[in-house]
Design a protein around this ligand. Structure first.
Ligand SMILES: *Cc1c(COP(=O)(O)O)cnc(C)c1O
Length: 381
């Protein structure tokens, strides 16, 4: 099956009792058993729920993976992967990570004795410099947030495999439509389902996808033991959202390209970060491992100060000033004070995240209206 067909059909079957074409919302906490040692695969809903099961199969298929597991948030999914580690284990990870992941690593897991190396993984060979006998995991995010750097997944995997280190990829920004890390050799794919998969800004959810059965069992054990599982209503909403993932992504990519090109030609705009530009430093890798370049981009203003950026963000009307991304509606965000506020300022600036940096999550509205909105806001600064 090809991607669009999988989005609509994979893992989903008509309800066996009524034939309902849409997956029912099994709003139940427990299941009645015939006898103490006999049940239909469902005993208690923390462990399994039919609505969630269909969603997990569907998401696994989108990533060309064998097993999927859904969590109550993207951070819940990331947390489950880190729970595979033991005190004194080491992790090599990228240095412009999602702010919440950085916070989880440094504030929660460093406290229990896990060591993180934050490295510029755009040069994969740098991994070698940080490998020790204690290295258990490479955690990477590409495209990165918010600077849209691209990491060569295959190159990282080949170095990690040499040292028997597992590789996990946060695939949230690309979505499974643009990039499938398991196909490139990664061991775990993580999604903040909240973003493109859900797609309608109405659900918080996370997912992990793996091919290895033992790894799946270990993660399923953690999911059931720690309990960060999503409810059936949310599972239904995501199943529904995914049915148009391929259509939404086509429009996100189209609009993203148009806006990146528009901004690049504006005299008041400084740098535009979008991997589709041929002069983007990682363009060749983006072209190799992604199907298109997505709807995320960032830019700075030539007059690089906070007031200018603030005026711009207060002037847009169609773009909503909000955290998050990947929904049908266009959002504008100020990483320094919003999504990345938990990163210390010196660290933030050192990593290229300047005070005037503005991030756009380009939605699926009509492009003329989006560009018109940016234009009127640029005229105000
Ligand atoms: C949002 C996001 C997360 C966290 O997901 P939640 O669903 O908000 O918990 C992780 N990684 C990236 C890249 C994200 O954008």
């Amino acid at each position: 099956m090809k991607f669009g067909t999988k989005a609509i059909h994979a893992g989903v079957e008509p309800d066996p009792t009524t034939g309902a074409i849409m997956t029912p919302i099994y709003q139940t906490s427990t299941y009645v058993q015939e006898s103490p040692a006999k049940h239909k695969g469902y005993a208690y809903a923390r462990g399994a729920n039919p609505t969630r099961n269909q969603l997990q199969k569907n998401i696994a298929a989108l990533e060309n993976g064998k097993f999927g597991l859904c969590f109550s948030s993207g951070m819940g999914a990331t947390d489950a992967v880190l729970r595979l580690l033991n005190p004194s284990d080491e992790v090599i990870t990228s240095n412009d990570l999602y702010g919440g992941s950085y916070r989880l690593f440094t504030k929660v897991y460093e406290r229990v004795g896990i060591k993180f190396h934050f490295v510029d993984l755009t040069d994969a060979t740098d991994i070698e410099k940080y490998v020790t006998k204690k290295t258990k995991l490479v955690w990477l995010e590409t495209p990165s947030n918010p600077l849209m750097r691209i990491i060569d997944i295959e190159a990282c995997v080949s170095i990690a495999k040499k040292h028997k280190i597992q590789v996990a990829v946060d695939n949230t920004f690309a979505s499974p439509y643009l990039q499938n890390p398991l196909d490139l050799g990664a061991d775990v794919v993580m999604h903040s389902v909240t973003k493109y998969l859900g797609g309608h800004s109405d659900v918080i959810m996370g997912a992990l996808i793996v091919n290895d059965e033992q790894l799946y069992k270990d993660l399923a054990f953690i999911a059931n033991s720690c309990g960060a599982v999503p409810g059936p209503q949310d599972s239904f909403l995501v199943l529904r959202g995914i049915k148009t993932l391929h259509l939404r992504m086509e429009r996100h990519c189209f609009n993203g390209r148009k806006i990146a090109e528009y901004l690049k030609n504006q005299p008041k705009v400084g740098k535009v970060y979008w991997p589709g530009f041929t002069d983007h430093p990682n363009h060749a890798i983006a072209k190799k491992q992604m199907k298109d370049f997505g709807g995320m981009l960032s830019f700075t203003l030539k007059n690089d100060n906070l007031e200018n950026a603030t005026t711009f963000m207060e002037s847009v009307e169609l773009f909503s000033l909000a955290e998050s991304l990947g929904g049908v509606e266009s959002l504008i965000n100020h990483p320094a004070s919003m999504t990345h506020a938990s990163i210390p300022k010196e660290e933030r600036i050192k990593n290229g995240l300047s005070d005037s940096l503005i991030r756009l999550s380009v939605g699926v509205e009509d492009i003329e209206d989006l560009i018109g909105d940016l234009e009127q806001a640029l005229n105000k600064i």
